[in-house]
Design a protein around this ligand. Structure first.
Ligand SMILES: NC(=O)C1=CN([C@@H]2O[C@H](COP(=O)(O)OP(=O)(O)OC[C@H]3O[C@@H](n4cnc5c(N)ncnc54)[C@H](O)[C@@H]3O)[C@@H](O)[C@H]2O)C=CC1
Ligand SMILES: O=C(O)[C@@H]1CCC=N1
Length: 273
């Protein structure tokens, strides 16, 4: 039995809690601190877990504290937690984009801390999470952090923390890139006269099918792409159009922008705290 307290009960906390309960963790072992009464009520109703308006009440005696608030809320949260955790040495897991291990150590003290970056498909157990531990995390705590995140899908340890902003830009934000592509495909088909619901269904199922083939076959995406592409066929025409518009460059620029924003979010907190 591991007592886990979530600080922040929004979208990502909800996804992770759903995954943990599905692994058999008892609702009595999960507590959530969340200022919004409506969000608290819904969490309590849906999962049968205890919810609190005040952070200090949720984290009392917790073995693991999951920080699931926006980076901008961190200055307020860290001050509250420092007061509440007097004498406690919980494992802290932060999922806040950009927020660095050295910042968390400066705010919360010399605690074992794991910085994680999950993504929203965690809600259906199909998440992808990068994890990075500070030097105080024991092998047992590392296994515990991984167990918590495994409940949400695939996990990968990242040895070099500077790559955590890259994880955020790749898989953290990544679901939005695929949704944007589906929206664009749908719009393109609608522009050619296809009813929107048909275009949506075909585009979404194509996204699912391509994703499943990639993950389930483990094959190189380039090889899977080649198998769709008949010489001089329709796919070749589309891929040549993408190449002419330099899709790799457009994508690399977007990932670089997201990576930069992660660092900027953390730098802004340095100025504030
Ligand atoms: N949404 C996403 O795709 C992903 C988000 N993240 C990170 O997860 C964190 C949470 O994101 P979401 O769940 O999307 O945001 P959200 O806005 O849905 O949830 C944050 C929750 O924290 C609560 N909150 C605000 N101030 C608080 C305080 N002082 N004490 C306790 N709770 C407080 C809010 O009322 C809200 O319910 C962020 O740091 C984000 O960078 C990480 C991976 C993916
Ligand atoms: O957009 C954001 O800042 C968060 C982090 C990764 C996904 N959503």
């Amino acid at each position: 039995m591991t007592r886990i307290a979530f600080v922040g009960g929004g979208n990502m906390a909800r996804s992770l809690i759903g995954g943990l309960l599905a692994t058999g963790l008892a609702p009595a072992d999960i507590r959530v601190a969340e200022p919004l009464a409506e969000t608290r009520d819904k969490l309590g109703h849906d999962f049968g877990i205890a919810t609190f308006a005040e952070n200090r009440l949720a984290v009392a005696d917790a073995e693991v504290i999951v920080l699931a608030v926006k980076p901008q809320a961190m200055p307020k949260v860290q001050a509250e937690l420092r007061m509440a955790m007097q004498g406690q040495r919980p494992l802290v897991i932060s999922i806040a984009a950009g927020v660095r291990l050295d910042q968390l150590e400066r705010w919360l003290g010399n605690l074992p801390i794991v910085r994680c970056m999950p993504n929203t498909p965690a809600l259906i157990g199909a998440g992808a999470t990068g994890l990075c531990a500070n030097g105080r995390v024991s092998p047992a705590q590392k296994a515990l952090a991984q167990h918590i995140m495994d409940a949400a899908g695939l996990t990968r340890w990242i040895a070099d923390e500077s790559l955590m902003d890259t994880v955020t830009a790749l898989s953290g934000s990544g679901p939005a890139y695929f949704f944007a592509l589906v929206e664009a495909l749908e719009d393109a088909a609608v522009a050619q006269g296809m009813p929107r619901d048909t275009a949506r269904a075909l585009a979404a199922q194509t996204c699912l099918g391509a994703g499943r083939m990639l993950v389930e076959s483990g094959e190189d995406p380039a090889e899977l792409r080649r198998r769709v592409t008949s010489p001089n066929g329709t796919t070749q025409a589309a891929l040549e159009s993408f190449a002419a518009d330099d899709l790799p460059r457009v994508t690399a620029r977007a990932v670089a922008a997201a990576t930069r924003r992660g660092a900027e979010l953390a730098d802004a907190l340095d100025k504030e705290t």
